[in-house]
Write a new protein. Sequence first.
Length: 210
Amino acid sequence: MSKKIIAVNAGPRRGWNTDTLIDEAIKGAESVGAEVQKFNLFRLEKYTGCISCFGCKKEKYKGHCIRRDGLTEILDAIREADGLIIGSPNYLGDLTASFRALYERLVFQNLTYNSEVPCCNENPIPSLIIMTSNAPDNAYLPMLQNYQNVFNGFVGPTEIFVSGETLQLKDYSKTDWPWYFNAEERYERHETIFPIERKEAFEKGKNLVK
């Protein structure tokens, strides 16, 4: 039976950096026989982050967020999956609000407040967190490593992958940003380094299945 991988785009832009790297990881997973289901958080029905109802702390709902909204299908799919790919651009030094909403719901449903058994997740799965950013690759590593540590404890063994100094626009000349970004360097990086990162994302998607 083929493995089931869930891929989640927590960024708003189709076909751009985050979406592209997620799709490469998907191709990598599919290349070794995985079945992949992809969700775009910005195109779901209305949803929220955790509302602190504590429904998931009742014994009969343990490990299940009882909130029914646009995230329910994703949470249910992850619970039955063999692996998770999730990507987000960096927004103001963190991941997107959409990522945070899923993160809160995904993690809190598995938190028990029991020091002996802090997590009730019965299906730990390998995960890959992809972050794209205008900043250099290592600028936000402590923040991203914190997410990695939490995922390790409540979702499963997790790897992080960063693509920094990304190309935001096809034509920077239409903005007054050149004083902040060196547009030519961004174009060159997108043509030379980003293709290498695409190949790396492909391999990471493949390794997620193996």
